[in-house]
Write a protein that binds this ligand. Sequence first.
Ligand code: ACO
Length: 326
Amino acid sequence: MTSVLRSVVTGVGGYLPDEIVTNDDLAKVVDTSDAWIVERTGIRQRHRMAEGQTVSDMAVEAARKALAAAGRTAAEVDMIIVATTTPDLTFPAVAAIVQRKLGAPVGVAFDVQAVCSGFVYALSVADGFVARGHSRCALVIGAEAMTKLMDWTDRGTCVLFADGAGAVVVEAREGEGTTEDQGLLGFALRCDGTKQDLLYVDGGPSTTGTVGHLRMQGNQVFRHAVVNISEAVVAAAKAAGVETSAVDWFIPHQANQRILLGVAHRLGIDETKVISTVAEHANTSAASIPLALAQAVEDGRIQPGQLLLLEAMGGGLTWGACVLRL
Ligand code: ACO
C-alpha cells in the first residue's frame, strides 16, 4: 500500500441564532400559509440572526464547537476558508475576520462564493491545500445571513431562507490510498453560468452599489436540481471509487424536502439514510450541509469511519457533490 496524505474531517460544529420564525409568523407578513410551505418545501420553521449579529459572529461560534470536537485550539489553525454569499463587509473576507475573532495565528484565510454549493466547493479547495501538505489544520466554515437578502414582499422566496453557520476541522493524516481511508475521497463540482437568471441577487458593489435582493424562478431551479445533482453525485462517487449504495449517510443541501428525497430516490438511496434538517433550519445556503452534519454527529447517528455523501445546488447555477469517510 502506498502512503498518501488525506484531508480528514476531525471535528464538526453548528450554530443557529436564538430567534425562531414559524410559518405562521411569515403568514402575517406575506400571503402564505403553514400548509402551503410544509407541503411544497417541508419547512416548518427557521432561525433568524439578531440585530447587530454578523455572519462572522455565527461562523466563530460554529468554528469553536468544531475545534473543541476535534480537540484542537485556534492557535493550531493554519487556514480558514469561509463559504458565504452574505459577508459582513464587501471586504475583508469573513475568513479574515474569523481569524481575528478566534485569535488564530497568521495563515491562509479567504472566502469562497458559490452560494448554496459553497461548502462543497470550499471543502474541495481545502483538500487542495491539506492533501498537498500546505495546511495541517484547516477550518472550513459555511456561514450565511440569508434573511438579509430577502425581499419581504416576495412570498416565493422569503419563506425559504434562513441564517446559521456550520464548521468542520480538516486535518492532514496519512492514509493507505484505499476507499477505507478516512478523509475526502472524491468530488464533482459544476457551474452553468448561462442559468444565472434563474437564481441571483439583483445588487452588488459594481452594479447598483447596493446589497440587493434574492430573485429566484423556483420551479425552474427545481426542474434542474434533481437531474443535475444526481449526475454530480454519481461523478463524485466514481472519483472516490465507491458505489453510491455503499454510502452510510446522505447529507444533502437543505433547500426543499421534495428535492432531497427526489435525489435520494433517483440514486436508489434509502430514505432512512437521508439527513434532513430542512423542517427546522430551512435553507441556510452554504451553512446547510455542515449544520445538518453537525446535528447528526451530535445526536450519534453519524459515527466515525462511516462513508458520507454531501451534495448541493445553488446560484450560478452551481452544484456539486463530495464523498468522504469520517
Ligand atoms: N405561499 C403560497 N403560495 C405561494 C408561495 C407561498 N409562499 N410561493 C409561491 N406560491 C404560489 C405561486 O405564486 C404559484 O401560484 P400560481 O399558480 O397562482 O401562479 C404557486 O404557488 C406555484 O408556484 P411554484 O413556484 O410553481 O411552486 P413550486 O411547487 O415550484 O414550489 C419552491 C416553489 C418551493 C420555491 C420550489 O420551486 C423550490 O424549492 N425550488 C428550488 C429552490 C432551490 O433549490 N434553490 C436552490 C438553492 S437556493 C440558493 O442557491 C441561494
